[in-house]
Design a binder for this molecule. Structure first.
Ligand SMILES: Nc1ncnc2c1ncn2[C@@H]1O[C@H](COP(=O)(O)OP(=O)(O)OP(=O)(O)O)[C@@H](O)[C@H]1O
Ligand SMILES: [Mg+2]
Length: 478
């Protein structure tokens, strides 16, 4: 049991210093009632890593964290006639930030008119194992690989690891003890890392989620569980996540190329089969169209117009399909990108006018020639520019600029729009065949472009930061 100590002992600092010198194995601290640290035993220096002259420069609360002031602790635990309920405890913080749990006893001393507190730390087996636990949870929170969120019952953030702060792009002080609803307020609910249901015991294991902090995108593998007290009552929850971005992007690349190959096979197999019957349907429809005209059947003739229009749409789709499977008539030759773009500008301009979009074309004087099929290149530029224009339904500016990357030896074309931008959550999908957010889109535009540029040994990349989008098409030159 702790010692019962109602009175103040009158004592000089030198006497305490002598006591400290004799007690080499005991952890003790002498503090005045203004939280100034006066003395520490060697054992304290050993366990914190501070030198004697360093430690006395520290404000006491930096070194030892207790839940209230020393005066209050003393009054609660040691003063008066009451039975002492429990040992007070606190955390001793080492020079490297590591925390150690200690229970302690207190003496109140008097020197001159001042009150001093002598803290004597308890050092037993139980303490050691608590230290180990504390050390483990500290290491967990500092682990450079693991994101950890500790959640209280009221859905506030009780603690967070350094890595989690990095991934969330948030400062620890700004989010600690805040409601998770507020912390993730700007994120759509299905993309939030933590849902309220976590506190009802919804256990998650190896759940793959994408997380974007507006600067970087992470692929995370997430585990979560509740924390229960000894009676099985839920007292909080935790989420642990690991950054597996590299692994996942590799996996996605493999999946995408698998999918492209599959689409290619299906396309090659079926496109011709679709086109042949279409040709005869179209022929007969044209005949009907004429006949209806001759017989003055205007309404029926209009129907055939609609049908012919739809057939043209199917034809265009099938043609794109055919391009997805290896293009058949490619003719790679030395090509001037500037010439290709110059030829395209009037067509893009016509489209731009429809949307009240301004077109800017910034060409370069000397652009190295690339080996490419100029017809296919035109298709790529047209598709990407069309997307840019369609992203600006209320007008804007579409800028096409040429650039030479002499380091990577690429001719690049940047196509920038001032449109709505692409949400981070869909940006990975836009090159997938059939991915579209448009009512009348096929979602084939960009996958065809990617195929064409890929076959020329180039790349097509996208950057979109919430406002505006830039597609960069890079083609190698020799
Ligand atoms: N510049 C852009 N700004 C915003 N979103 C874009 C942009 N370019 C592409 N996207 C998004 O990518 C999706 C896929 O584009 P893609 O060109 O493959 O198909 P689509 O334009 O929807 O259909 P189609 O090209 O057949 O008309 C679009 O639906 C759109 O959501
Ligand atoms: Mg498109």
């Amino acid at each position: 049991m702790p010692i019962h100590e109602p009175q103040n002992y009158a004592i000089s600092i030198d006497e305490v210093r002598n006591l400290f010198q004799l007690s080499t194995q005991t952890s003790m601290l002498l503090i005045d009632d203004e939280d100034k640290l006066l003395l520490a035993t060697d054992q304290i220096l050993k366990s914190t890593g501070y030198a004697a002259n360093e430690i006395t420069q520290l404000p006491f609360p930096r070194l030892f964290k207790v839940r209230s002031s020393l005066g209050e602790l003393y009054a609660y635990h040691f003063h008066g006639d009451r039975d002492v309920r429990e040992w007070p405890h606190g955390f001793l913080q080492g020079k490297n930030g590591e925390m150690q749990y200690y229970q302690f006893s207190m003496l109140r001393l008097q020197q001159g008119g001042k009150l001093l507190y002598l803290l004597i730390f308890k050092n037993n087996e139980e303490n050691q194992s608590l230290n180990l636990l504390q050390r483990f949870s500290d290491a967990f929170l500092k682990d450079i690989n693991l994101g950890v969120l500790l959640i209280s019952l009221d859905f506030t953030l009780a603690d967070v690891s350094d890595r989690a702060c990095q991934m969330l792009a948030m400062e620890r002080e700004n989010i600690l003890n805040k409601s998770l609803d507020d912390i993730f307020a700007s994120v759509p609910s299905q993309h939030q890392l933590v849902q309220r249901s976590i506190l009802t015991g919804a256990i998650v294991r190896n759940h793959a989620v994408s997380w974007t902090n507006n600067r970087e995108r992470f692929e995370l593998l997430l585990d979560s569980n509740v924390l229960k007290d000894s009676h099985g009552k839920i007292v909080g929850a935790y989420v642990i996540f690991k950054d597996v971005t590299n692994l996942r992007s590799l996996e996605q690349m493999v999946q995408r190329s698998d999918r492209l190959a599959m689409i290619g096979q299906i396309a090659a197999g079926t496109a011709h089969e679709i086109r042949n019957p279409l040709t005869s349907i179209k022929g007969f429809l044209q005949m009907l169209h004429r006949t209806f005209g001759e017989r003055g059947m205007g309404k029926e003739q209009n129907f055939t117009d609609v049908m012919l229009g739809e057939i043209d749409r199917i034809n265009a789709l099938v043609n794109e399909f055919l391009l997805l499977s290896k293009p058949k008539h490619v003719s790679y030759e030395s090509t001037h990108i500037t010439d290709v773009l110059r030829g395209m500008v009037p067509i893009i301009h016509t489209e731009a006018i429809l949307y009240n979009v301004q077109l800017q074309y910034e060409s370069l004087k000397h652009v190295p020639e690339v080996i490419a099929d100029s017809e296919l290149l035109k298709q790529v530029f047209l598709n990407v520019c069309k997307n840019g224009i369609e992203a600006m339904p209320d007008g804007g500016v579409l800028t096409i600029s040429e650039r030479v990357d002499t380091i990577e030896r690429n001719v690049c074309v940047d196509i920038h729009d001032t449109g709505s931008g692409i949400p981070m959550f869909v940006i990975d999908k836009i090159f997938d065949p059939f991915f579209t957010t448009k009512d009348t889109g096929t979602g084939l535009g960009l996958s065809v472009c990617q195929r064409i540029i890929h076959d020329m040994g180039g790349t097509i990349r996208v950057a979109s930061k919430g406002f505006g989008t830039t597609f960069t098409i890079s083609i190698p030159y020799t």
